[in-house]
Design a protein around this ligand. Structure first.
Ligand code: NAI
Length: 214
């Protein structure tokens, strides 16, 4: 099956398979049945089989899945078999927190630049990454083959900066600013809104309280 036809729901589950398989590899597990994987991941074995069948299965009857092979193949599907150059625009609380996080690099996402408008932050380094003035962003993006930009700047500034980044060649936007960006359809935009996730927690809490009341 063409990868383009795979449902978004399946694609969204792949990082979780990838994480579990990575942990299995760390624990020297060589193979695993869909039943065992399902018990660990708390998804049905049939869901696992269906999901992985989208990519030709990778499993063998009576053997289960070869953990390393499956991990590698899912990594390829997720595009993790290459490196990405990432810049962070907005070096405030969130931008600095992202820059401090080392696990992105383990997955091939190399944070190469950190940009801000605030002159007081310029020259500061986070894990060796220097904060630069946003005026240098265009030149940096063009000369460093920047693939992805994380936007951790105020929401009023995000759409304009995103449009500039796209104009300069960035194809992936990881948007933390609570605003819609309206970029061309060939640009990959992933919005991360912690507040929305928190609202789902409050929704679920509220419904449980309600269940307890009756
Ligand atoms: P902050 O105020 O600590 O940092 C924002 C930084 O952006 C500042 O250093 C500021 O100088 C810089 N900045 C302003 N205009 C800029 C421009 N044109 N170019 C480059 N840098 C510029 O704010 P914080 O807490 O780090 O939040 C950053 C953004 O992330 C905000 O839009 C906030 O609403 C959002 N946010 C999103 C969350 C999420 O779950 N997606 C969670 C927390 C914050």
């Amino acid at each position: 099956m063409n990868e383009k036809e795979i449902s978004l729901a399946v694609i969204k589950r792949l990082p979780r398979y990838y994480r579990y398989l990575g942990e299995l590899m760390e624990n020297d597990v060589v193979r695993i049945s869909s039943k065992e994987l399902s018990e660990r991941m708390k998804v049905t074995a049939s869901q696992i089989r269906q999901d992985l069948n989208n990519f030709g299965g990778f499993g063998q009857q009576g053997y289960g899945y070869n953990v390393e092979y499956l991990y590698t193949e899912i990594g390829k599907i997720l595009g993790l078999d290459r490196r990405y150059n990432v810049v962070i625009v907005g070096a405030g609380n969130l931008g600095q927190a992202l820059a401090n996080y080392t696990d992105f690099e383990k997955r091939g996402f190399m944070v190469t630049g950190l940009f801000d408008v605030n002159p007081r932050l310029i020259g500061m380094t986070i894990r060796g990454i220097e904060v630069r003035l946003v005026d240098e962003l265009e030149e940096f993006v063009k000369s460093h083959n920047v693939d992805i930009a994380a936007l951790t700047l105020p929401k009023a500034k995000a759409p304009g900066v995103a449009a500039d980044l796209v104009k300069w060649g960035v194809r992936g936007i990881w948007n933390f600013a609570p605003t819609d960006l309206n970029l061309p359809s060939d640009i990959v935009v992933e919005n991360v809104h912690l507040a929305e996730s928190l609202m789902r927690v409050s929704y679920n809490l509220k419904n449980r309280e309600w269940e307890h009341e009756i």
